[in-house]
Design a binder for this molecule. Structure first.
Ligand code: 5GP
Ligand code: MN
Length: 334
């Protein structure tokens, strides 16, 4: 980390135009880390433009600087993003570790002349960046960003807006300090952020209590009609098709957190959500303890992530994807 910090320090001292990119369908940690890093860079005298590969949820619209994020999926915003990417001296890659993860944004980032810096906490990082901060001991990219800012000797630049962003990623990626990735350092960083004025009550209210009534009724519909529990009660899964997404007027991000609920059933060790999208089935995997859904998603569903939280995709139909999953699921318990 020290050598990378030194190189980063040099880059920070000279670069004026930068771009920050993150993974498709950004989650709390992707939003929190990119927004915090942008606000920090600006305090260091560097302009930063955040680009999301896809359109993104409004669930985090309360985060400081949220409105500045460009979507590469939106035609008019893409043109602006392309200009920023072409002009950038540095491209910061946050909360992902392989260029292919960027989908339609991949070629633009691959071809860009800018120096690339990766800051991430997922398994199996690829070697594409000039500077890599990659450590799976970190529960969240936001936690790593906090340690990097402090490592640079710039802790004083963390203000309440930066702290709110970092606290959001820290809490969403640890399930509010409940998942197995919650370490002493996570709590230490949380303490540091509280000292910067973060209100835990405010963040938790904004993260959890922003459903539209229809979204809550949709969750109820899923529990009543779509939840399957199998494999002697150890595996739970739900599938949502496009007709249902239309019927309940689902917005980007509405399925976020749905996959966590089946753990309410005692004995469930693996929970999976299949969502039918325009061109593929998106899959979310969650597990408990040593059950490694990252390896499973990587092997069978072109995905990856963390041991207990991973994602993937399938080009089969929803029904065939479920069948394939049910054929392979026993290997999770081998
Ligand atoms: P989610 O289920 O919330 O979409 O993703 C869970 C975790 O797995 C997140 O850390 C996310 O970045 C990662 N992830 C989701 N989809 C993919 C994928 O297709 N490939 C890889 N490598 N990681 C993914
Ligand atoms: Mn993350």
């Amino acid at each position: 980390m020290n050598e990378s910090l030194q190189k980063l320090k040099e880059i920070l001292a000279t670069s004026k135009k930068t771009v920050i990119v993150t993974h498709p369908n950004p989650d709390g940690d992707a939003f929190g880390s990119t927004l915090a890093w942008k606000l920090f860079l600006e305090k260091m005298g560097t302009y930063a433009c955040i680009v999301s590969p896809t359109n993104y949820t409004k669930n985090f619209k309360w985060l400081p600087a949220y409105d500045s994020i460009l979507s590469f999926e939106d035609e008019s915003q893409r043109a602006i993003a392309e200009k920023h990417i072409a002009a950038a001296e540095v491209i910061y890659c946050l909360d992902f570790n392989a260029i292919t993860r960027l989908d339609k944004l991949s070629p633009a980032i691959q071809q860009a002349k800018a120096i690339k810096v990766m800051i991430d906490h997922h398994q199996s990082p690829e070697d594409f960046a000039a500077i890599t901060f990659s450590d799976t001991n970190y529960a969240a990219t936001c936690e790593l960003i906090y340690d990097i800012i402090c490592g640079l000797g710039e802790e004083a630049k963390i203000d309440e807006a930066i702290a709110q962003n970092l606290y959001t990623g820290l809490t969403t990626d640890t399930g509010f300090f409940a998942f197995s990735n919650t370490t002493a350092n996570v709590h230490k960083v949380a303490g540091g952020l509280l000292n910067k004025g973060v209100s835990p009550e405010y963040i938790q209210d904004k993260v959890f209590n922003i459903f539209r009534e229809e979204r809550l009724r949709y969750y109820g519909y899923c529990f009543l009609n779509k939840l399957h529990v199998c494999h002697e009660g150890k595996v739970a899964y739900m599938s949502v098709n496009r007709e249902e997404a239309k019927r309940f007027h689902l917005q980007p991000g509405d399925n976020e957190s749905l996959v966590n609920f089946p753990f309410k059933v005692e004995g469930v060790m693996v929970s999976v959500l299949f969502t039918e999208e325009q061109d593929k089935v998106k899959i979310s995997f969650r597990s408990k303890g040593k059950i490694d859904v990252n390896a499973f998603a990587r092997k069978h569903f072109e995905g990856g992530g963390h041991v207990n939280a991973a994602g993937g995709k399938s080009l089969l139909s929803l029904a065939d994807t479920e069948t394939k999953f049910l054929q392979e699921v026993k290997t999770l318990f081998a």
